[in-house]
Write a protein that binds this ligand. Structure first.
Ligand code: NAD
Length: 504
């Protein structure tokens, strides 16, 4: 850390000097009760571009989780429970404004921590801020209802927060994912304990620090450390009344079991293996870009990656030629360089996972492009993988069924509409799907027939806070974003007020 051997590339030296800048800027620890908290045991945080440790963060255990949950309940009981939506709205706006003032700093952290191209990192931080502003806005529109069920009865329904909620997020878009959880939970009146991934905790820690002097101490807590210890302790904690988890299906299922022991509700946003159906009338000028964005954005480390292109057999040759050309046009390089359009994978583990799948793909199907590491010696230390495309894929292959979470696309063909729908839905997941067609009626029919929680037509994204986000089947249940996410952080109480004898 901090040393700059003279034989290293400019890229290496630039990154090491950025690490120095990050270390000089803030002290990164868990954020509990409005203070930075350290532990003797730590977890290293790496820069995946040069595979160097940037810094360490606390490896929290059940002790720190318990301290955070206690602080959150204290804050809830002391002040937060008696706030009204207008109070919470104005604090959320203030926090969003403060994050906006630190946009450059947060973008740099996200870029270094994840290896995301800087424009993508900035777009995601802006997305996080936009999400908080959305919940600051809709916060004040919350209200209950009344049912005219009987003349001698005033029957009304009100919403209440759970109290303290636990939130666990993955490493692929750290602060954006955190905002999807914190925005609605705080707007609904809960105090939060959030655990970012141990791979990419920096932007979330910093954003929490920037909430000091805005939220009362203890309302927003961040626990760092491993999933198996800190994450598990949070999911299992008796005083956490609701758990919202985003991550893999296997871990999500375990979180659900941990919460089941005390009958705490869960929201699960899990993995995917999403199809993009390219109909024969698709405008390939738009759709090739849409499918490429859907698998190569963020180096394919996207839960709703459109990783299975299902292309009508009459246009598969033209689609494949244009898609491979597009895949080969990505610029792999330093994420800090504006010209870079694809960074490395976020960790060595993920690199091993993706390259293992590529080896499986070589055995199962036909490699059309990519499949290796880039030639540029300056990128040799980073976890880079070329954009990779497989043809001659059938839906029962491993690479067509399992989530790879990397820049690996499969191309499969279909002969008619029914086959397209059947292939698209032939997966245990149901997070997202794409449709490429110029026919409006086909759009609606196909959107109806797809078993997925999100449908993108002729493009990938954008993901906006106005629309609920979440999957079907083993991609989870419950929603992030939209007004629906507020409902996931509120309980509804029905109050029967008997009016028949006012003298009593
Ligand atoms: P992961 O399941 O390994 O980890 C997710 C989070 O859970 C991390 O913070 C991790 O530390 C924590 N964790 C790990 N073990 C735990 C345990 N036993 N108890 C409690 N918490 C634990 O997932 P990941 O590798 O960080 O992220 C990639 C996965 O996330 C992919 O499957 C991707 O599809 C999914 N994802 C889904 C969405 C969505 O909205 N559906 C969004 C982003 C990512």
């Amino acid at each position: 850390m901090g040393s700059q051997p003279p034989d290293r590339s400019d890229l290496y030296r630039d990154h090491v000097s950025k690490h120095d800048e990050v270390r000089a800027g803030a002290k990164f620890g868990a954020w509990i009760d409005g203070e930075t908290h350290t532990t003797d045991d730590t977890v290293a945080v790496y820069d995946p571009v040069i595979d160097e440790q940037m810094l360490t963060v606390p490896d929290c255990t059940a002790t720190e989780v318990d301290a955070a949950v206690t602080a959150a309940w204290d804050a809830f009981d002391r002040t937060w429970e008696s706030t009204v939506p207008r109070d919470r709205s104005s604090l959320l706006f203030e926090w969003a404004d403060t994050l906006e003032d630190h946009l450059e700093e947060l973008t740099l952290l996200e870029c270094l921590d994840c290896g995301k191209p800087i424009s993508q990192a900035q777009g995601e931080i802006e997305g996080a801020i936009d999400t908080l502003e959305y919940y600051a806005s809709v916060c004040r529109a919350q209200r209950g209802s009344e049912a005219p069920a009987a003349t001698d009865l005033h029957l009304y329904m009100k919403h209440e927060p759970y109290g303290v909620v636990g939130q666990i997020v993955p490493w692929n878009y750290p602060l954006w994912a955190a905002a999807w959880k914190l925005g609605p939970a705080l707007a609904a009146g809960n105090a939060c304990v959030l655990k970012p991934s141990s791979e990419t905790p920096l932007s979330t820690i910093r954003a929490a620090q920037l909430s000091a002097d805005i939220f009362p101490d203890g309302v927003l807590n961040v626990i760092t450390g491993s999933g198996s210890t800190a994450g598990q302790s949070l999911a299992e904690h008796d005083d956490v009344r609701k758990v919202s988890f985003t991550g893999s299906t296997d871990v999500g299922s375990g979180v659900m079991q941990a919460a089941a022991d005390r009958v705490a509700p869960v929201t699960l946003e899990l993995g995917g293996k999403s199809p993009f159906i390219v109909f024969p009338d698709a405008d390939l000028d738009k759709v090739v870009d849409a499918v490429a964005d859907g698998i190569f954005y963020s180096t394919g480390e996207i839960c709703d990656a459109l990783s299975r292109a299902l292309v009508h057999e009459s246009i598969v040759d033209e689609f494949t030629e244009r898609f491979v050309e597009k895949a080969e046009s990505y610029v792999l390089g330093d994420p800090l360089d504006e010209a870079t359009t694809m960074g490395p994978l976020t960790s060595e583990d993920q690199f091993r996972t993706v390259t293992d799948y590529i080896e499986t793909g070589r055995e199962e199907a036909t490699l059309l492009c990519g499949g290796g590491r880039p030639d540029d010696p300056a990128l040799a230390d980073g976890w880079y993988v070329e954009p990779t495309v497989f043809g001659d894929v059938s839906n029962d292959m491993t690479i067509a069924q399992e989530e790879i979470f990397g820049p690996v696309q499969t191309i499969n063909t279909f002969a008619d509409y029914d086959e397209a729908i059947s292939l698209a839905n032939d997966t245990k997941y149901g997070l997202a799907a794409g449709i490429g067609t110029e026919r409006t009626s086909r759009v609606h029919q196909t959107a109806d027939d797809l078993d997925a929680g999100l449908v993108y037509v002729n493009e990938y994204g954008p993901i906006l806070p106005e629309a609920p986000y979440g999957g079907f089947k083993q991609s989870g249940f419950g929603k992030d974003l939209g007004l629906e996410a507020l409902d996931h952080y509120r309980r509804t109480k029905s109050v029967y007020v008997n009016l028949d004898d006012p003298s009593l």
